[in-house]
Design a protein around this ligand. Structure first.
Ligand code: FAD
Length: 483
């Protein structure tokens, strides 16, 4: 450890924390008054490779972040390759004597960080907590174990006091003397899709970057936090905060969201139930990170090992129909097309579509998780895998396998006027509010009047609901050794 008069540069290695505000590693480094070199590495080994939608987001996020860093006097250094080689090289190029970073939680990434730290001599390595509200190694059950069930986890966290106050962004970044370490250009990374460029819908739906995240959350607090508890289940409404991709890339901190929501609730007389519901959702995210930390690679392994014997079907054509929103179930298809067009899907729709894949089609939840990982802008190492397992029944505190969502009931209840279906499945737009949830139940004249020809303009259901439900329950019994 260097003395207080040390003037050598600190290397701040940023990963899923592309923000100035409430960024402990960056804030503490700038606070020292020493030169700070800010590094981002596009890693080709270690953490799970990013999906296509992630890469689109990352390009725009890095563009915004790099501009923000430059305004403070610093420069964002971009490198691509193996972090194990790049970090020591940049430390040397910058003549830095310290490496500071915010923790990450995926097993591979933690191992990489530990290896890198262990290989550095005479370097002051410091780790900070920025990405989640709790420290997974500090929060324990009464018997000293890690949590497997959400409700007691929430109770413990909510009883342990408010999350810390967020830290202010640095006012200035002191650059190192000379020209500093070299950097790739972002354009050279070619993160944006070209042939074909499928990202038009993402560009319309989102503005990546810290400033946009903050503005969008302010708008949510102003207009939609009140009523969130009820509105959050309706996919046609814009009732949720849409913070998930901003959190995924660390453009906004969960501590900032927590405290902004609290302040807004006080000013705007938001009912306690709405505020608490929002806080509970943020804590679900933390719970998933708790599981990831303590129970390993959730995207690969069933949390409940009994599911290792589950008789999943090989059905590539049905998987493709699900991915492309051609299952013949309007609500499922609307949701899958929302995902493809915008890189995001409403939470209830994620539950309905995941259940449809794992239970109606009996396709291994891992294939669905992978598709979400590639197409979601918020595809998250903890939440995606954990929530897939929750729906499939193999996860911690999971919904039991035999609870099978009925897509028509979900549709009538949560999209009663069919507004969400009409938006994403326009070929059904002229059906009545009653007919739109299950067109195959209508007579030919009704369908013809709405310009629908089943099997031609819109698919017939790829499985019969009742038969698929019975098949799923049978498969579940086999797994339990009951058939
Ligand atoms: P809001 O309702 O505004 O909630 C605020 C924040 O709370 C979210 O941004 C998110 O960080 C957190 N949150 C809300 N619900 C959940 C939840 N059920 N689990 C964990 N955190 C939650 N969320 C991801 O961030 N990344 C994923 O890859 C992801 N995959 C999912 C896959 C499946 C099968 C399911 C059922 C859910 C998944 N979720 C995932 C959780 C949830 O659907 C999204 O977080 C939410 O829809 C994001 O929209 P929002 O920001 O408007 O949420």
């Amino acid at each position: 450890m260097k003395s207080a008069e040390d003037t050598s540069p600190i290397l701040v290695w940023l990963r899923d924390d592309l923000r100035l505000d409430d960024n402990p590693a960056l804030a503490e480094a700038c606070q020292t008054g020493r030169p700070v070199v800010v590094l981002f590495i596009l890693e080709d080994e270690g953490p799970r490779p990013l999906g296509g939608a992630h890469l689109w987001w990352l390009h725009h996020s890095l563009t915004a972040f790099s501009e923000a860093i430059e305004k403070l006097g610093g420069r964002l250094i971009l490198r691509r390759g193996s972090a194990a080689q790049i970090v020591p090289a940049v430390l040397e190029e910058a003549s830095a004597t310290a490496l500071w970073f915010n923790r990450r939680y995926e097993e591979d990434a933690v191992a990489r960080d530990d290896d890198i730290a262990a290989g550095l001599e005479d370097i002051d390595v410091q780790r900070f907590r920025a990405h989640i509200l709790h420290d997974p190694s500090a929060v324990k059950t009464k018997t000293g174990n890690s949590y497997r069930v959400y409700t007691p986890f929430w109770k413990t966290l909510s009883a342990s006091g408010e999350p810390r106050e967020p830290l202010d962004p640095p006012k200035r970044i002191v650059p190192p003397a000379g020209k500093g370490p070299s950097s790739d250009t972002l354009a050279a990374w070619k993160l944006l899709p070209t042939r074909p460029d499928w990202s038009g819908g993402l560009g319309q739906a989102w503005t990546p970057g810290e400033a946009a995240a903050r503005k969008s959350f302010e708008a949510f607090c102003e207009a939609r936090l009140k009523g969130y508890d009820e509105g959050r289940d309706l996919p046609a409404e814009d009732a949720t905060s849409r913070m998930s991709p901003h959190l995924r890339f660390g453009e906004i901190s969960p501590f900032r969201l927590w405290h902004m929501a609290q302040t807004a609730a006080g000013h705007r007389k938001v009912p306690a139930g709405d505020l608490e519901r929002y806080e509970k959702e943020l804590v679900w995210r933390d719970f998933n990170y708790h599981l990831l930390t303590h129970f390993g690679p959730l995207a690969e392994r069933n949390f409940d090992p009994r599911f290792d014997a589950f008789p999943w079907r090989e059905a590539p054509e049905e998987l493709k129909a699900w991915q492309q929103g051609r299952t013949g179930y309007p609500l499922v298809d609307a949701a899958m097309r929302q995902l493809w067009q915008t890189g995001w899907m409403h939470n209830r729709m994620r539950m309905v579509t995941a259940s449809f894949l794992a239970k109606h089609l009996l396709i291994d939840w891992r294939l669905g998780e992978k598709w979400f990982w590639d197409t979601l802008v918020d595809g998250d190492p903890a939440s995606n895998a954990s929530q897939w397992q929750w729906v499939a029944g193999s996860g911690a505190d999971a919904q039991p396998f035999f609870r099978i969502f009925n897509p028509m009931t979900q549709s009538r209840k949560f999209d009663p006027a069919g507004a969400y279906i009409r938006r994403f499945v326009p070929e059904l737009a002229d059906l009545s509010d009653k007919a739109i949830h299950a067109p195959w139940e209508e007579d030919t004249a009704t369908l013809t009047r709405a310009g629908v020809r089943l099997g031609t303009t819109y698919p017939r259901p790829i499985v019969d609901h009742a038969a698929a439900r019975a098949r799923a329950l049978d498969a579940f019994k086999t797994m339990q050794g009951e058939a």
